[in-house]
Design a protein around this ligand. Structure first.
Ligand SMILES: Cc1cc2nc3c(=O)[nH]c(=O)nc-3n(C[C@H](O)[C@H](O)[C@H](O)COP(=O)(O)O)c2cc1C
Length: 144
């Protein structure tokens, strides 16, 4: 059984809902998923010991939530190279946070990334619930 860590950052709760659904998808696939608000990640030790990671942030003013930026600097030193990775987040119209997190995980951390980031306006709209669960399944399917 692989272990996944899902870290989310948002203001209004939509990104947290996506994180929860993604975790469901991982668990449905038979693996373990731990959810953490970004404020719970205080040191790089909090990021070690997992096979895969999904980092998510809502986009505000064209940017990610500041706590997620801080966490990504911790993650840089956590030895995530080759680990399974994905990014997600709720957005309104541009969603820069999600692609920036994805690109950082791929190009800086050199992780084994999902086919792309998961961007949803709301998990409640346009099949979002299933898309979020399916993203969890996609990450889980990369586990050995
Ligand atoms: C003040 C403000 C600024 C926002 N700026 C952006 C933005 O630049 N790009 C975007 O795609 N969405 C933007 N949004 C929309 C939020 O990303 C969207 O409401 C999202 O669902 C919030 O997720 P959360 O509930 O996890 O915080 C903005 C929303 C507010 C209230």
């Amino acid at each position: 059984m692989a272990r996944f860590l899902i870290v989310y950052a948002g203001r209004g709760g939509q990104t947290k809902i996506i994180a929860q659904l993604l975790g469901e998808g991982i668990r449905i696939a038979g693996h373990e998923a731990r959810l953490a608000d970004v404020a719970e990640i205080k040191s790089q030790d909090d990021l070690t010991g997992y096979d895969g990671y999904a980092f998510g942030s809502a986009t505000y003013h064209g940017d990610m939530i500041p706590g997620m930026k801080t966490m990504l600097f911790l993650a840089e030193k956590a030895g995530l190279e080759g680990k399974i990775g994905g990014s997600f987040g709720s957005y309104g119209w541009s969603g820069e946070a999600v692609t920036r997190i994805f690109d950082t995980m791929r190009h800086v951390f050199n992780m084994d990334m999902a086919s792309g980031p998961l961007m949803l306006k709301s998990a409640a709209l346009e099949g979002g619930t299933k898309m979020a669960q399916d993203y969890g399944r996609e990450l889980a399917a990369k586990a050995p």
